[in-house]
Design a binder for this molecule. Structure first.
Ligand SMILES: [Mg+2]
Length: 143
């Protein structure tokens, strides 16, 4: 179910980041981690990712700012905000700006996997619709 899926995890807490990446890799998911919004934007500009797990509270570029930038450069990438109890508002703010959903820390692995799968499904369907639309457009072109 996760055949081609690539996930980026963005979090300034090193231990949390490494643990999350490791847990997903163990499930066979192609997953990498970075520790800041700037690094996330750079990675996403240069590589292909399907789903991003994005911490809302980070020094420098915070989660909401990073989300805006991700959506600007790669609108089809699905973003899941990671919040604490005190930062749920930012998760909701993120959803208004196009994030797929938010998860509250500490997250259960099953819940992460389920949400990633739903996000990936949404992205795949959208890409499929775009391909179909392009085919339809090309077929409708006068020869
Ligand atoms: Mg943080």
């Amino acid at each position: 179910m996760f055949a081609d899926l690539r996930v980026l995890v963005v979090d300034d807490e090193k231990d949390f980041l490494e643990m999350t990446v490791k847990r997903m890799q163990k499930k066979g998911i192609d997953c990498v981690g970075v520790m800041s919004g700037n690094e996330a934007v750079e990675k996403i500009s240069n590589e292909n990712f399907d789903v991003v797990l994005l911490d809302v509270k980070m020094p420098g570029m915070d989660g909401v700012e990073t989300l805006r930038e991700i959506k600007r450069i790669k609108p089809l990438v699905e973003v899941i905000m990671l919040t604490g109890h005190a930062s749920v508002e930012s998760g909701i703010e993120g959803m208004k700006l196009g994030a797929f959903d938010y998860l509250m820390k500490p997250m259960e692995l099953d819940k992460i996997l389920e949400t990633i799968q739903d996000a990936y499904k949404k992205k795949s369907l959208q890409e499929e619709k775009i391909i179909q639309a392009q085919i339809k457009r090309d077929l409708a072109r006068p020869c």
